[in-house]
Design a protein around this ligand. Structure first.
Ligand SMILES: [Cu+2]
Length: 248
């Protein structure tokens, strides 16, 4: 009888083994959805950089206090006109407006973004095409969170606003103004500074916002007509001297 007992146990082990081998693999939800976010932080998928990619504005993983006026992607090779940009939310709804355009120097790809785009995470998918008709694709993500606008100095309803360049900083660094406001940057110290739109060093996001070298006492004025966010920096102190403007 003992012999049959052993056989029974061996039989059960074999049957159980067959079930384990044939069991469907358990789904790991967290590994499948890279865009998952908790209450406290936003997480982003890894960017994919195409051939000849250099930089993009908004930056990957940036969280903006207002929608960007446009998406710009910089390359180090001549773009062909059939290149394209798509800007979608997590439901794959398109928020790019108008057509994708190639800058005159053929090194930047650009598309406007709707100013009424809601808060949330956006994925930019681009297809960069070259004179030989080949193309390469890439992607990156950013988010809009309008509550961050509370950290901006509210200077709305003024026709003119001044930002000083002193102590290797923009003062104030974050301002909120009304559309049509003239912002004037004034260099207030014995160090040469610049006002440059992001990214560094392509300076392509909003090309009108690129000054010449500013010595002490020199100014750079610019009227902001279009609502959106304008990230910028000083190209001589690109990692420390950073500013941002919200135009409403
Ligand atoms: Cu500077």
């Amino acid at each position: 009888m003992k012999k049959y007992g052993y056989l029974l146990i061996i039989g059960l082990v074999v049957v159980a083994g067959i079930f384990v081998i044939n069991a469907p693999p358990q789904e790991d939800k967290t590994a499948l959805d890279p865009k998952q976010s908790s209450d406290t932080e936003t997480t982003f998928a890894r960017p994919k950089k195409s051939a000849h990619y250099e930089s993009n504005t908004p930056a990957h993983e940036s969280i903006l206090a207002a929608p960007p006026i446009n998406i710009v992607i910089d390359f180090n090779f001549d773009l062909a006109s059939n290149s394209s940009i798509s800007i979608v939310d997590t439901n794959d709804i398109e928020y790019g407006s108008g057509d994708t355009s190639v800058d005159r120097n053929k090194l930047a790809l650009r598309r406007s973004m709707s100013h009424d785009s809601p808060d949330g995470v956006y994925t930019v998918n681009y297809n960069a095409c070259w004179p030989d008709a080949s193309c390469h694709d890439g992607s990156f993500q950013f988010a809009i969170n309008r509550s961050l606008g509370e950290d901006y100095l509210d200077l709305r309803n003024r026709s003119a606003v001044e930002i000083k360049l002193s102590d290797i900083a923009f003062k104030p660094a974050r301002v909120k103004v009304s559309a049509g406001t003239r912002i004037t940057w004034l260099n207030d110290e014995e160090v040469t500074h610049y006002v440059n739109t992001d990214a560094h060093p392509s300076h392509t996001y909003y090309p009108a916002q690129n000054s010449n070298a500013l010595a002490k006492g020199e100014e750079f004025p610019l009227v902001f007509d279009k609502a959106g966010i304008y990230p910028y920096h000083c190209s001589a102190h690109a990692s420390d001297m950073i500013g941002s403007i919200i135009v409403e």
